[in-house]
Design a protein around this ligand. Structure first.
Ligand SMILES: Nc1nc2c(ncn2[C@@H]2O[C@H](COP(=O)(O)OP(=O)(O)OP(=O)(O)O)[C@@H](O)[C@H]2O)c(=O)[nH]1
Ligand SMILES: [Mg+2]
Length: 211
């Protein structure tokens, strides 16, 4: 049976992750599939942003830590692009999504990578997702093309289907593992990622003591 994400207030490290990409590529569907275990046909286009937090305590290679992923689902519509960029600040991870049946959304990946590099403030970890892999007809971007583009930008690549729940969890776990390694390697001076260590329970105890 699939393990449901844990919703709790205690965690060791917090990672802010953005879902970005063109309109209609399936960002909200990936967000809903991973965060809420749901999928809706004909989902409405996102206006503004949506966010949720999930604790992951079973990421391979990071099992001794509770890692909180704060996931931000952004709007792909061009008119929201300026607002979307304001959310890049402080992000540890960016998932750039394209639709394998929409070549134009694939071509847009270059622009999204540029945005991430220009507007993010930390040593951000990027992951490329080719979504809607369940579509058997109408594919416009091959797996190899996706992989090649990801290699070009030194990103990990994965094809997913939010509809059939294929590789969605794997995508998030892959990114979380990479962000966690970036955090570890920061000791060696390779990145400047800053992470918060926090427990709301500890905070509450502190408050009780002080007053
Ligand atoms: N076949 C298939 N359809 C999908 C998949 N993921 C999303 N869709 C459909 O694609 C459409 C757009 O999905 P959304 O999740 O709203 O796309 P979005 O990237 O959030 O779009 P914006 O919010 O406008 O930027 C919806 O009708 C979804 O049902 C998938 O994996 N397979
Ligand atoms: Mg959306």
């Amino acid at each position: 049976m699939e393990k449901k994400p844990m919703f709790t207030t205690e965690y060791d490290f917090l990672f802010k992750v953005l879902l970005i990409g063109d309109i209609g590529v399936g960002k909200s569907s990936i967000f809903n599939r991973f965060g809420k275990s749901t999928f809706t046909e004909d989902l409405k286009s996102t206006i503004g942003v949506d966010f949720l937090s999930i604790i992951l305590d079973d990421v391979p290679g990071c099992k001794s830590e509770k890692l909180m992923v704060q996931l931000w689902d952004t709007a792909g519509q061009e008119k929201f692009r300026t607002i979307t960029r304001t959310y890049f600040k402080g992000a540890h991870g960016a998932i750039i999504v394209y639709d394998i049946c929409n070549k134009s959304s694939f071509n847009s990946v270059h622009g999204w990578v540029q945005d991430v590099d220009q507007y993010s403030t930390l040593g951000i970890t990027k992951l490329l997702i080719g979504n809607k892999s369940d579509e058997t007809t109408g594919r416009q971007v091959t797996f190899e093309e996706g992989q090649e583009l990801a290699n070009m930008y030194k990103m990990q690549f994965i094809e997913t289907s939010a509809k059939t729940n294929t590789n969605v969890k794997e995508a998030f776990y892959t990114l979380t593992k990479l962000m966690n390694s970036a955090k570890v390697s920061s000791n060696g001076g390779f990145t400047s990622i800053k992470l918060k260590k926090k427990s709301l329970e500890k905070d509450r105890k502190k408050k009780r003591k002080c007053c």
